[in-house]
Design a protein around this ligand. Structure first.
Ligand SMILES: [Zn+2]
Length: 195
């Protein structure tokens, strides 16, 4: 994971505000307590005035997002600390994740403490949820709605769906003799372009 160095000319000591500082590039292994994650090109600032040494992570939120995405792409099973990191990033408690997976919070705890291996189903589920959450195209709360007792059946008003299809402009040609035109113009509909 590469980080852009801040412009060294802008670096100042956070303690004494001196700009007489020395910049060096550092590497942090096991970042965020994750044994498989190394952050490179971290900017370490050493103050020549007061001797203060600071090393901060710029764009902290972006780095966390990047770690989450890259964990989902690992070509090996997730380990306990990674499961915990992804779960907490999804704002789920051990009990909530256990409920979603039909298991107990003790079981989730044993995965995260590396007492038991993480089952493939839980590994895959965490990756899918994480990618959906990062992508933002899926309303994560809708996936979890059954936790709070949502609807138990699906009811669809066919006429309403048809009307929304026409009002969205996806199918402006309703005349039967223009059927061929509809087929030709379908690839340009917003729904298909978004797919
Ligand atoms: Zn200083």
């Amino acid at each position: 994971m590469e980080l852009d160095m801040q412009n060294p000319s802008e670096a100042i000591c956070p303690i004494c505000d001196s700009d007489d500082v020395e910049i060096s590039s550092q590497e942090e292994r096991e970042a965020f307590g994750l044994p498989g994650v190394t952050l490179r090109s971290l900017q370490q600032v050493t103050c020549r005035e007061c001797g203060e040494v600071t090393c901060s992570i710029p764009s902290h939120g972006l780095i966390v997002r990047e770690i989450r995405r890259r964990l989902c792409e690992l070509g090996r099973p997730l380990v306990g600390t990674e499961v915990q990191f992804l779960r907490e990033s999804l704002r789920q408690s051990q009990a909530q994740l256990a409920s979603l997976l039909g298991t107990s919070n003790v079981t989730v705890s044993r995965w995260e403490n590396q007492h038991n291996p993480v089952p493939l189903s839980a590994d895959s589920f965490l990756r899918v949820l994480t990618l959906a959450d990062l992508d933002g195209s899926v309303d994560f709360n809708k996936i979890l709605r059954f936790q709070d007792g949502g609807a138990s059946v699906v009811e669809i008003d066919v006429l309403a769906v048809e009307e929304s299809r026409f009002s969205s402009g996806a199918n402006l040609i309703a005349e039967e003799e223009d059927w061929d035109d509809i087929v030709i113009t379908l690839p340009e509909s917003p729904e298909l372009q978004a797919a």
